[in-house]
Design a protein around this ligand. Structure first.
Ligand SMILES: [Zn+2]
Length: 285
């Protein structure tokens, strides 16, 4: 996550173009199979998950230890998570993609999310670290930044979000899934730096409060930002770039969405029941 995610920074460029929502309807029938019948309370086909792909092709976010832009990592993980969610029966899962740079593309995300009105918004990112921890090394003949000091994922929620409590609930469910899969969150955002330290609201599961993130505070839906790991860490970047790790993360997202859906999906509207006709004084049906 980079600093341009914060509200109040300069509006560098307003060239935000469009959003591409890759809906389940675009997929082949085999990819849109409904989940096996269960007795759970989650009606997956009507539960909308919006996966926000952090950054843009023009402003690709953090640069990894091996020189790869964050945006590619975000897009790869979001695509796989969408496929798994659809496979699990969440047929209305979509990606939120924008173009452009600066604050404009962030505002655009919030506007689109509010228009789409999903049941859940998950913003997908990959992390870097603070300047003070950065060192230099040479890879493929080019000198690059890296830091092996921290590793691990983190989860962010904003108390300015209208559905703060629900956002925290989803962040904890995802944190639990990740912990169960054997992954550890990074404590780096709780480092004792007065101007940068974030409140760690769940020290077991790695849920932080980051109140001024536009994509969390300006949306009127439950929202969580997921930093899937530190691509500035040389070893962790290699792991994050494997199909196995992506599959594990996508599975955690899917399981957490299912648990959240079971707990929070609004009950269905009461079904219309026509008046029972009477014939010869007896009920006909
Ligand atoms: Zn980011």
């Amino acid at each position: 996550m980079r600093r341009q995610l914060l509200a109040g920074l300069q509006v560098v460029c307003m060239t935000v173009f469009l959003t591409v929502c890759a809906h389940a309807e675009d997929k082949t029938p085999s990819e849109t199979q409904t989940a096996p019948a269960t007795d759970d309370t989650c009606r997956r086909a009507s539960f909308k998950v919006l996966l926000d792909v952090g950054h843009t092709p023009d402003d690709p976010g953090a640069i990894s230890a091996h020189g790869n832009p964050e945006y590619g990592y975000n897009l790869s993980l979001a695509n796989l998570a969408m496929a798994q969610l659809i496979e699990a029966g969440f047929r209305q899962t979509a990606l939120l993609l924008v173009k452009g740079k600066g604050y404009g593309q962030l505002a655009q995300r919030a506007e689109i999310a509010n228009r789409v009105a999903p049941d859940l918004l998950l913003s997908i990112h990959h992390d870097s670290t603070r300047e003070r921890h950065i060192s230099r090394w040479e890879f493929a003949g080019v000198e690059r930044n890296y830091s092996d000091k921290f590793s691990g994922h983190s989860l962010f929620v904003s108390i300015k979000n209208k559905f703060y409590k629900r956002s925290v609930d989803f962040a904890k469910l995802l944190g639990r899934e990740l912990a169960t899969a054997g992954l550890q969150y990074t404590p780096q955002h709780a480092e004792d730096i007065p101007t940068a330290r974030l409140p760690l609201i769940d020290a077991e599961l790695g849920v932080y409060r980051y109140d001024n993130l536009v994509v969390l505070k300006d949306v009127r839906v439950p929202a969580v930002l997921f930093e899937a790991g530190l691509i500035i860490n040389r070893k962790e970047e290699l792991v994050l770039n494997t199909p196995e790790r992506r599959a594990l993360l996508a599975k955690a997202i899917t399981n957490a969405a299912l648990d959240y859906c079971k707990a929070h999906q609004a009950p269905p509207a009461p079904r219309f029941r026509p008046a029972v006709a009477k014939r010869n004084g007896k009920r006909s049906g």
